[in-house]
Write a protein that binds this ligand. Structure first.
Ligand SMILES: Cc1cc2nc3c(=O)[nH]c(=O)nc-3n(C[C@H](O)[C@H](O)[C@H](O)COP(=O)(O)O)c2cc1C
Length: 345
């Protein structure tokens, strides 16, 4: 017996588990390990400096796995936008069959992907954006609750409400994302009607993730309170690790500063150096509240196998054991209460 959902069937994977795009982290080593473990991993397109480099990274991943994997394309508002059309063309030319889109989803890019026969999993943070993406023809939705690492949007709706709201509103499969790190989270997501889970922070803290060991240990040592929401006053909120730099960004923007006042602190190159050097206080780096649930650094295969085993134990063991025949309760309620001297007569 294995856990099967519309998502596993549609995307051709063994387990209902996704490793979403992660800037500087979603590289071939990690994505191939996720694919080999039977889950769905996404290379992060913009981690590669050019569309040509992305094409090469896809080939590198293919050498490491024969299982399906995808590419994440994040389209956020930036001052100098990357050549998205060329990145999409590189994905198509490389023969990738699954794409995770995130941020905005321009019609031309969606058409480019759909015409190439690519399955599109669109990640968003609100039911209204999910509905709009469904109407425009995406194949599934990943919905990111407020707990998530990265961009939670501006509505601040946690997964416990957001996931069932998405499920009741959409007819395509919904993947629950944000705050999930183990089998309990997977079962909870399935109970809420989702057909799988997306995990970022948890996969970042595995042996294969191309991140300095110090950063993985920092995640293990941190709890769920140690994140900051930066860019809130700019309405481009991002959840990142709490450190000197992120707290200073929050201070400056709360004091009325504009993007220019924090530009140097939030530079992507600084964040990248965090993962390379292991100095967690060097810049801004992304992590979610789920770090409070992370207590070790397993291999990807160990992690996926554990999440599935935990989920199956809960579904087949703990939950059925909670079920009781109603008859004895009914009889008990009919039994007259014993009278004691303290009870009013
Ligand atoms: C280090 C890191 C980098 C991320 N970068 C991206 C990104 O470039 N594009 C994207 O769509 N999501 C990005 N995310 C978000 C994840 O894909 C995923 O939606 C999120 O981590 C889910 O929340 P969780 O961390 O609680 O599991 C990133 C997450 C992490 C931890």
């Amino acid at each position: 017996m294995t856990l099967q959902t519309r998502f596993t069937q549609l995307f051709g994977v063994t387990h209902p588990i996704v490793q979403g795009g992660m800037q500087w982290v979603g590289r071939a080593e990690l994505v191939a390990a996720v694919a080999n473990a039977g889950a769905l991993g996404f290379l992060t397109a913009l981690t590669q400096p050019t569309p040509e480099a992305l094409y090469e990274e896809i080939q590198r991943c293919r050498k490491l796995t024969s299982r399906p994997f995808g590419v994440n394309l994040t389209m956020l508002p930036t001052i100098t936008p990357p050549p998205y059309e060329e990145y999409v063309q590189a994905i198509i030319d490389a023969g990738v069959s699954i794409v995770e889109t995130a941020g905005s989803l321009p019609t031309e890019r969606l058409e480019q992907l759909k015409q190439a026969g690519i399955l599109v999993l669109h990640k968003c943070t609100s039911v209204r954006h999910a509905l709009s993406a469904e109407r425009r023809g995406v194949d599934a939705i990943s919905i990111d609750g407020f707990e998530c690492a990265g961009h939670p949007g501006e509505d601040d709706i946690p997964g416990l409400v957001l996931i069932p709201r998405a499920v009741e509103s959409l007819s395509i499969p919904v993947i629950a994302s944000g705050g999930i790190a183990d089998g309990r989270g997977l079962v909870a997501a399935l109970a809420l009607g989702a057909e799988g889970v997306n995990m970022g922070t948890r996969f970042m803290c595995t042996k294969e993730a191309p991140v300095h060991p110090n950063i993985k240990e920092r995640i293990v040592a941190s709890d769920e309170r140690q994140t900051e929401l930066i860019f809130r006053p700019l309405r481009n909120t991002a959840r990142v690790a709490s450190n000197e730099v992120s707290r200073e960004v929050v201070r400056r923007l709360n004091a009325g500063g504009d993007f220019e006042s924090v530009r140097e602190l939030v530079a992507g190159a600084r964040g990248r150096r965090v993962y390379e050097t292991g100095d967690a206080d060097l810049g801004i780096w992304t992590v979610g509240m789920s770090q409070g649930l992370i207590h070790d650094i397993p291999s990807v295969a160990e992690l996926v196998e554990r999440v599935i085993r935990e989920a199956e134990e809960i579904i087949a063991g703990r939950l059925p054991a909670l079920m009781r025949d109603k008859t004895p309760t009914t009889q008990t309620s009919k039994t007259p209460m014993p009278q004691t001297s303290e009870q009013p007569s």
